[in-house]
Design a protein around this ligand. Structure first.
Ligand code: NI
Length: 137
């Protein structure tokens, strides 16, 4: 049976600060630069969710993309949109909110919430030029 990959694109805005308690303030400044400024700063994030599966013989769809959007909004976007990622989001507590760590946490939020298709890839654009991709490995 043919396997098709489908992608849904969503976006959210959030604040974060890059800082780890495992290093002193000087080291944090050296590594993270402006991103270490104490009050934090914001990004307009873009998130792409890719799933794969066989198109249903009746509907012709792997998953209804509206349904996929609703799941991602409920499991992820509702928790992070217009929030401070260092303080406001339970599933991001205790991590440095780099794009890498955020995309892994998103995967964990989403991985058991999809039926009849397989989560393949999350792609998080922190800016149009800075992108983190996670495939669950
Ligand atoms: Ni940033």
């Amino acid at each position: 049976m043919p396997i098709v990959y489908v992608t849904r694109h969503l976006h959210f805005s959030a604040a974060h600060r890059l800082h780890t308690d495992m290093l002193n303030d000087q080291k944090n400044k050296e590594i993270y630069g402006l991103c270490n400024n104490p009050p934090g700063h914001g990004h307009n994030y873009e998130l792409e969710i890719t799933v794969r599966g066989e198109p249903d013989p009746v509907t012709g769809m792997v998953i209804d993309l509206k349904e996929l959007k609703d799941i991602v909004e409920k499991e992820i976007i509702a928790h992070v949109d217009h929030k401070h990622l260092n303080y406001d989001v339970d599933f991001l507590k205790g991590i440095v909110p780099t794009a890498e760590n955020i995309v892994i946490a998103f995967w964990e939020q989403l991985k058991n919430k999809l039926s009849n298709c397989e989560l393949v890839e999350l792609k998080l654009y922190e800016t149009p030029r800075n992108i983190a991709i996670y495939r669950g490995e």
